[in-house]
Design a protein around this ligand. Structure first.
Ligand SMILES: [Zn+2]
Length: 444
C-alpha cells in the first residue's frame, strides 16, 4: 500500500515536471527516446563478420603434407577437397600411365627426383618387390612439394593391388593395399573327342587352369594315354572378381574325370594341396628347405629386428642360408611362378604361389631357371644362389608367406603328410561334398 502511494506521488511529480518543461525540451526528450529505441534494434554487423572469418580458416589445415595419402588415396583427397577449396600448399601431383620402355628411374629423372631417392624407395620395396619392373598400363602417381621433395608415390599395379610409399617422419613407409574382391565358382565340363587340352579349352578353361588340372592328377592319371572318346571331365573353378571385373586370378577347386573303367578325382584342401575323394594325397608333400643340404643360418626370421644404426624396426622377413654362389635351389611344393626377375635391392628373385594360402620367395639369386606363369612341381630346380642386388655376401634369402604374411619358414606347420590330417578330415569331407554338389555329381 505504502509503495503504491509512493509510486503515485513519484508519477505526479514526473508529470508536473514534464508539464513545466519548455516545449523545445519536451520534443528533444521524445526524439532521444525514439533514437535509443531504433539503435537497440540494429543487428551488430561487426560481430557476425568475425565469426565467418574463423570458419574459413579451417580448410587450410586439411592439406598438411604429413597426413597426405596415408588415410585416403591421393585421388580421393584431391577430388574431395579440390572442388571446394583451392590447394594453397603448392604441392604438385604427377600422374603417369606406364608405356613400353618406361622405367621408374626415367620418370624420376624427368621430375627432378634423385637416383639416391629411388634407391631408398627400392630398399623399402624389398617387402613387396613390386617396384623393380613396371608394366605397361600400370598407373604411377607422384606427389611432390614446392621444395621438390617426394611426399608420396603410388603405383596401381593391377585391379587388385595398389602400392603406396608415403613420407612419414623423414622416411618412406610402404603399404600394399589388396582388394579381396569376390570369388565365384564356375563349372566347366565336356566330353573327349580328341585331345584333352583342346576339349578342355573348348569348354572354356584357360591354359593355366588346364595346367592346374593336369598337375593335380599327374601322378595318378596320364591325360595323353588314358582318355578315350566319350570319357567326360568336370572342373569346378573359383574365379576372382574385383568391382565386377574378372581379375584373371583363379583356382581349380575340384576335378572329376570319368572314364569307362573308373573315376579320378582331385579336391583342393585348405592347405593348397590336392587330395583324392578318400583324403589320400595326390602330390608329394611340401619340403621344409629349398636346399638339398644343411647350411648354416646366417640370419633368422625376425619381425622385430632393429636396424643397427637407426635403431628402428627393420623386419627380416626371411631365413638367410650361408650358401656359396651357385648352390641349387628347389621349389618346396607344387606351385605357380607368379613373378621372376631382377630387383635392384633384392637382386634376381622368384615368387611362387602354392595355392591361395602359401607363397615362397627367393632373393639374391645368381641364376633363374623358371619364368612367370610356369607351373612347377615340388623339387623342381628353380635357380642358383648368389649375391645379386643389395647383399653383403653370397647367401640365399628364403621367405615363406601364409595368406601374404611372412612367417618363419623353419617353424611354420606345413602339410607334410601323405593324407589329410585326422584333425582336418571333417572339414575336408564337408568341402568335398559341397564341391561335388556344385558339380552336380553327388552320386559318384
Ligand atoms: Zn635375408
Amino acid at each position: 500500500m505504502l509503495l503504491l502511494i509512493r509510486l503515485k506521488t513519484l508519477l505526479k511529480t514526473f508529470v508536473s515536471f514534464i508539464n513545466n518543461l519548455p516545449r523545445k525540451h519536451f520534443f528533444a526528450l521524445i526524439l532521444l527516446f525514439v533514437f535509443l529505441l531504433v539503435i537497440s534494434f540494429i543487428p551488430s554487423q561487426e560481430l557476425s563478420k568475425k565469426t565467418i572469418k574463423r570458419q574459413l580458416v579451417l580448410p587450410a589445415a586439411v592439406v598438411t603434407p604429413d597426413d597426405y595419402a596415408m588415410a585416403e588415396p591421393i585421388s580421393a583427397v584431391k577430388e574431395e577437397y579440390g572442388k571446394v577449396f583451392p590447394d594453397f600448399s603448392g604441392n604438385r601431383e604427377v600422374q603417369i600411365e606406364i608405356k613400353a620402355g618406361d622405367t621408374l628411374s626415367g620418370i624420376f629423372q624427368k621430375e627432378g627426383l634423385s637416383a639416391a631417392l629411388l634407391q631408398e624407395l627400392l630398399e623399402v620395396d624389398k617387402q613387396y618387390l613390386r617396384l623393380g619392373n613396371l608394366l605397361p598400363e600400370q598407373q604411377v602417381k607422384l606427389l611432390i612439394n614446392p621444395e621438390n621433395k617426394l611426399l608420396a608415390l603410388k603405383v596401381v599395379i593391377d585391379l587388385a593391388n595398389t602400392l603406396t610409399f608415403t613420407l612419414k617422419d623423414g622416411e618412406y613407409v610402404s603399404l600394399l593395399e589388396t582388394k579381396k574382391g569376390e570369388w565365384r565358382n564356375s563349372l566347366f565340363q565336356g566330353s573327349i573327342t580328341g585331345s584333352f587340352y583342346i576339349n578342355a579349352k573348348q569348354s572354356g578353361l584357360s591354359a593355366g587352369q588346364i595346367q592346374q588340372i593336369s598337375g593335380a592328377l599327374h601322378e595318378k592319371f596320364d591325360f595323353n594315354r588314358q582318355l578315350r572318346p566319350g570319357d567326360t571331365f568336370h572342373a569346378l573353378v573359383s574365379k576372382q572378381y574385383i568391382d565386377g571385373q574378372y581379375s584373371f586370378d583363379s583356382e581349380v577347386l575340384a576335378v572329376l574325370i570319368k572314364t569307362r573303367r573308373q573315376n579320378y578325382t582331385a579336391f583342393l584342401h585348405e592347405d593348397g594341396r590336392y587330395y583324392a575323394q578318400d583324403g589320400l594325397g595326390l602330390n608329394k608333400a611340401y619340403r621344409r628347405s629349398p636346399l638339398n643340404r644343411k647350411y648354416r643360418i646366417s640370419s633368422r626370421f625376425n619381425p622385430r629386428r632393429l636396424h643397427p644404426v637407426t635403431k628402428k624396426i627393420r623386419p627380416h622377413n626371411g631365413t638367410d642360408f650361408a650358401t656359396p654362389t651357385g648352390t641349387k635351389v628347389y621349389s618346396v611344393g607344387d606351385g605357380l611362378v607368379v613373378r621372376a626377375g631382377y630387383h635392384p635391392a633384392a637382386g634376381n628373385y622368384i615368387v611362387i604361389k602354392h595355392g591361395r594360402k602359401y607363397t615362397t620367395r627367393f632373393l639374391h639369386l645368381s641364376k633363374i631357371y623358371v619364368r612367370k606363369g610356369q607351373r612347377i612341381k615340388m623339387g623342381h630346380l628353380i635357380g642358383k644362389t648368389g649375391n645379386t642386388g643389395r647383399s653383403t655376401g653370397p647367401h640365399l634369402h628364403y621367405e615363406f608367406h601364409v595368406y601374404n604374411r611372412p612367417v618363419n619358414a623353419m617353424k611354420v606347420s606345413l602339410p607334410l603328410s601323405k593324407e589329410v590330417p585326422k584333425k582336418q578330415k571333417k572339414v575336408f569331407d564337408k568341402r568335398r561334398d559341397l564341391f561335388l554338389k556344385e558339380m552336380g555329381q553327388e552320386s559318384i
